[in-house]
Design a protein around this ligand. Sequence first.
Ligand SMILES: [Zn+2]
Length: 620
Amino acid sequence: MAFLRMIDTGNTMAPLVKFRGWWWLMALVSAVAWARPAVRYHIDIDEPAHHEAQITMLVPPISEQVLELRMASWRTGRYLMLPLANGVMHLVAETSSGRRVPVRRVEKDRWQVEDLRGEPVEIRYRLYANSLGTRTRHIDATHAFLDLSTTLLYAPALRQHPVDIELTVPKGWRSVSGLAAGSGAHEFRAENWDEAADSPIETGLHQSVKFKVGRQSFELIVWGVSNLDINAAARDLAKIAAAQRTYWGEFPFDRFIFMVHATDGARGATEHPNSTVIQRPRWRFGTQEDYFDFLATASHELVHAWNVKAYRPQGLVPYRFNDENYTDLLWFVEGGTSYLDELMLVRAGILTPKQYLKRLSERVEKHLKRPGVRHMSPAESSFIEWIAPKGEQAWNRAVNIYRQGEMLSLWLDLQLQQDSQGKHSIRDVHRKLYQAFPVQNRGYTSEDLKEIFAELGLKNADEIWEKYVEGAHPPPVIDALKRIGVRTRYQDKTKWAIHQSVVAELGLELDPSDPSGTLVKTVTDGTPAWQAGLTAGDRIVALDGIRIHKDNLAKVLRTFKPKQLVELAFFHNDRLQTASIRLQEVPSGRLTLELAESLSAEELKHLALWLGQAPKEPQQ
Ligand SMILES: [Zn+2]
């Protein structure tokens, strides 16, 4: 239902008077001169402790009587509809002559400002910003992170106009953004709405370190107390950036900002053209594995500066901020980036090939076990990312654009290297996309991507696309790795199973956060637990009369033989049930990828092409 809002917060303060300044006059002059006058925004962080800001938007005169305003319904990098418009409050509009004009909300995220009569108009609203984990907008007493697409209302009719942004912030805060700086310490300018929408501002109290890679300047800023060694991190980020520049030949930006949020739980990261925001629990930077995870995430986001920001699938060009942007290529956007993120740590000399293979092993093993790979293609998974299944359904019936896309990219890379006799790799695919599909001109399609692979030497590209990209068939990554000298074995370090090559399994995963340790999180299709009728949400009770829970399940299972018939007791919807099941036989221990003892010259050549370095000399 449309309704009228005529509430004024009366929040007009000195900085705003200065902000308005000569703008009205300038807007009128540039409109007359046929230039595109800027849309100006003022963000006054006046109630940080309660996550609120007062926002003023100055809109130059338009020929129409009605101005349409929108709040985005999703933000780039996360393909999910979000209730962003619920943070817009007390929206009012007033023309430059002081005439209050009606504002009607006509959809959840769409407003109409009416009766403009060719006058510039000032829009005012309050914004509630308390969504740290979605990396959209978060204001508190120590900082504000503002993804501008989720902070500022925009006028679709003025999308190509320059955007000026000025902030009024608590004393001592510093404001940083990938956007060009304006004349003041808290002022920024964007060429148009799209640039502003993809360039968040981080303002507040931070640790900061600047560094250079070639002539490009980088900055690492950290909000929140943490155990990150910021200087060591800057040195490693410089190595990663240098490795990526070598991979693509040049940087797609002049400066880049790593914004790190050290949080009490939120984690994840979002890419932007020349900045990224990375969130990690504040004490998860200290151990070597945690630190590698952080660097891999930072590397991932930097890869995105090319893969999705410099070149992007057609369905995402330009971004449409109020509906789902469909593409069948998110597996390449996200999985292709995941594939490169840790490879870049090897190329930067941060991970050794051995460390890289160990980390890759875990992901390959999960891929091999996932029943969903035979039910959903990477292309379909990309298309329905907006409604991606979760939990047990996702594991058994779907694939993930990140993990499946990584495995497919790995396999395509090794296959292209083989088919082109070591002449080309996926690096050349990325370089071609970078050259041929600059995002400001056009996006690329799945067909374009296939053609690039084929031109570089991938054989049977049509069949490969049909089977592995558009079909639900897992690519044979183990075979491809074997061809270049990477061997697989199952390694078991647990005491009770050291001499066993196979062990008994049920085929279920328990929820580690459940206090009783009996809650079933996932049951894998085809396993004994699946055949017994167990499903997520059930609670395990006993195996052949012995009580089982997460702390003893593995030990109890190892007292049985694989394929032994046992009785499983469990609760389903609070009803105690029993099922007679035959335990599954699985390899004992974890899958391990490692380099073969002796490598041929051919294998070494491919390994060098893959990892960017020859791991060792050939055996004579
Ligand atoms: Zn990503």
